[in-house]
Design a protein around this ligand. Sequence first.
Ligand SMILES: Cc1ncc(COP(=O)(O)O)c(C=O)c1O
Length: 361
Amino acid sequence: MTQRIWNFSAGPAVLPESVLEEARDNLLSLGTTGIGILEHSHRGKAFLAVYEETVALCREIGNIPENYRVLFLQGGASTQFFMIPMNLLPRDRTADYLVTGAWSEKAVEEAVRFGGTHTACTSHDKNFSYIPATCTFSPNPVYAHYTSNNTIFGTQWSGLPPVPGGIDLICDASSDIFSRPIDVSKHAIVYAGAQKNLGPSGVTLVIMRDDLIERGSKDLPTMLQYRTHAKNDSMYNTPPTFAIYLVGLVLKWIKKGGGLSAMGELNQRKAGKLYAYLEQSRLFKGTAAADSRSQMNVTFVTGNADVDTKFCSAATKAGFDGLKGHRSVGGMRASIYNAFPEAGVDALIDFMRMFESENAV
Ligand SMILES: Cc1ncc(COP(=O)(O)O)c(C=O)c1O
């Protein structure tokens, strides 16, 4: 087999090797069924067992209270950007958005199609390089929406945003879901595309408080009503069976590794090493404000676009893939989600040190 390299992709992203091996073993026959995981009917006993185990693991690992539903939907987190306001935001009401990056902006752009929106805070003034310390909410918002981790800009809310009690809080956790403990009970909805921390692309986890499910209009297209998916255990139509199966394997891997507190400690250690190196580097500099740094996406620059390009191509040659930063930030971005090994962070730091010694002025 070709040797695997260090994959810093922002998503789809690296998956645990043991998970990939188990999936490979079940491609031709899921357990002793004689039918591969990709070939099982979603209505059959074998897949239903996979589905139920995946939901149960999700509840256990995320400490999800009884009065929340776990849904596996399609259309990516981007579909939630419009499905949420379409179902929950009446035309004559307002929803508040905490705008900390391009993905939050996209969420607002969809919400304005359905009702009023209010920007409770934004870090647009400094190219989203920080998490605002304060927010100003509208008088009676239907909900407040935030993005817990800003994949492109390398910033992350270190805790819950300062939302007054009684306001339903909705979180786009696409790029840090289950990377640390999460208090679901403080949220009305938590949603995340799976392709960074949970599995492959093609499935979106939506954790939703019961009372919201029936709120949406029944005139919406059937597939766009949450009640459809809640009533049918995410199987109103054919679900992405393989993606759900893989999420289940990743959740088992998280559980085996000690759950979300252990995951949180590991992620803190991995990111901490990289930030510590950046702080003392004479060549590289982190782009996120110190109190807003992401543990998932570490963004950095040299301050010289040509040197950035030189670094990226040297890194690629040395087996470090996916380090080129998003065009709106430039420079580099190391995405180090749950499954990215600590050894890969150590190897990157060694490589950066070497590059620095050859290129620092
Ligand atoms: C924070 C965040 N939200 C939403 C999205 C969009 O997700 P999807 O591609 O699943 O629609 C992304 C994708 O990278 C993301 O990082």
